[in-house]
Design a protein around this ligand. Structure first.
Ligand SMILES: C[S@@+](CC[C@H](N)C(=O)[O-])C[C@H]1O[C@@H](n2cnc3c(N)ncnc32)[C@H](O)[C@@H]1O
Length: 445
């Protein structure tokens, strides 16, 4: 019998367990968000080369769960630490990731503990704490659920400065329900070209009063019926409302400003408008082009800064301005940890400039819809108040809930759209909620 071939008598190190590679990438993403303010999806995109196709959804789910329940996980782990260990970001990520898998994900406790110990062992600063990771996570496995049961305040998973802002804007009770809504991953929302009820049935989802089809995401989106033939595109139910505020757009020339990746362009083109989609990000416009190609819809694509864009004038303009995106935390839990208070002031300045430019691009007698996916008043109603004050020719055209299938509670006293993550409640939290969107409709004199 031949002996196994061992070069120079050295045994090969055992292969790492299968689940380690995705945990390593997830730990990198968590550190990127928490220590470097790097957006999760941007980092995930950059890391795709290091992640096997089959592991991509797992990596995102691991990182997103840690970020969604960051405060809670830190509190549970902290219960079993006598003092903060100095093992650096990798130790932190290994502990949070291990606790997230034990408490919130369908991973056997022993695997979660072992993989986090290995993550720590592979890092120069964290490896001295591998024994501590093992001990703490074993305690989380044994006693963590009991600790969790006592941590009922949803504000725990929201940075204090954001919680304070939402309490000031919406009151303590609504702020708490917003924070609670952020603890759940959002459903998959689709905007369909036609036949929402039919697609809801075919996809095993439900048709919302606004026309969106909502389902629980199972598996990769491109594998769902209707994707390849371009019958629908992914778009949060609230994100689908601003374009509909323009009413019947057949044959109208419309500029969609800050358009990429194109959810609203697709809606307007599908409704028969002649759309010019403007965005300054080339890579995002590539995605817009792909989305048009897949859905067989048409629009003119212009890669330009809106401030320099000289087209028009247009019958109508839709401005989906860049914003803090605090309305999208259910889908992008990293936003809560990457944004800073000062971002809101600088974004508000940019939004005001973009709004002024948008007004100039509308024909006299035309309409302008302004929207942001932010919960912050400075990026929503305050922008409109300031615009109306500085431009006497601009007036507000109040929104009627019934015209867009909205709940009247989503329309403010001023006639603006204000959706919140806690809107559209459901007994199953996985099917509840809306992105937090603000939209106003204006007439340009
Ligand atoms: C909220 S996203 C737009 C989402 C898009 N409307 C949709 O429905 O799919 C904001 C976009 O604004 C773009 N943007 C930011 N500042 C811009 C500017 N000054 N000129 C043009 N585009 C800009 C960004 O590249 C980004 O694609």
């Amino acid at each position: 019998m031949r002996k196994p071939n061992r070069s120079a008598g050295r045994a090969r190190p055992p292969a790492p367990p299968a689940g380690l590679a995705p945990r390593r990438v997830a730990a990198d993403l968590i550190e990127g968000v928490l220590y470097h303010g790097r957006p999760l999806d941007e980092a995930l995109e950059a890391a795709l080369g290091a992640v096997a196709e089959r592991d991509r959804a797992l990596v995102r789910m691991l990182a997103a769960t840690v970020l969604r329940r960051h405060g809670t996980l830190r509190a549970v782990v902290g219960t079993f630490l006598t003092r903060a260990p100095k093992g650096g970001p990798r130790l932190d990520a290994a502990l949070l990731l291990g606790a997230a898998q034990i408490l919130f994900l369908d991973v056997p406790d022993h695997a979660a503990v072992d993989l986090s110990v290995r993550l720590a062992q592979a890092d120069h600063a964290a490896r001295h704490y591998a024994g501590l990771v093992n001990a703490v996570l074993r305690k989380v496995a044994a006693e963590g659920q009991a600790v969790l049961a006592g941590l009922t305040d949803p504000a725990l998973d929201t940075p204090d400065w954001l919680m304070a802002r939402w309490r000031a804007a919406y009151g303590a009770e609504i702020a708490a329900t917003i924070a609670e809504a952020h603890r759940h991953e959002a459903a998959l929302d689709l905007t369909v070209k036609a036949d929402a009820a039919g697609w809801a049935e075919r996809l095993g989802g439900r048709s919302l009063p606004t026309g969106t089809v909502r389902l629980l995401a199972k598996g990769p989106v491109p594998q769902l019926a209707g994707f390849a033939e371009g019958a629908w595109w992914v778009q949060d139910a609230a994100a689908a409302l601003p374009a509909r505020l323009l009413g019947d757009v057949r044959g109208l020339r419309i500029a969609d400003l800050c358009a990429a990746p194109g959810g609203k362009t697709l809606q307007l083109a599908s409704a028969g408008a002649l759309v010019t989609a403007v965005d300054r990000a080339e890579s995002r416009l590539d995605r817009l082009g792909q989305n048009l190609g897949r859905t067989g819809l048409d629009a003119e694509i212009v890669c330009a800064d809106v401030m320099d864009f000289a087209g028009g004038p247009f019958d109508a303009v839709l401005l989906d301005a860049p914003c803090s995106a605090t309305g999208t935390i259910r889908r992008h839990p990293d936003v809560a940890w990457t944004k800073r208070p000062q971002d809101i002031a600088s974004l508000a300045e940019l939004q005001a400039a973009l709004l002024d430019r948008a007004v100039q691009l509308v024909k006299p007698g035309g309409r302008l819809v302004y929207c942001t996916c932010s919960l912050e008043p400075e990026e929503g109603p305050d922008q409109i108040e300031a615009l109306l004050a500085r431009r006497p020719g601009v007036t507000r055209l109040p929104i009627e809930a019934a015209a867009i299938g909205a709940d009247p509670a989503w329309i403010t006293a001023a006639g603006e759209l204000r959706t919140l993550p806690c809107h559209l409640p459901d007994a199953d939290p996985r099917l509840a909620g809306l992105d937090g969107f603000f939209a106003a409709r204006l007439a340009i004199g």
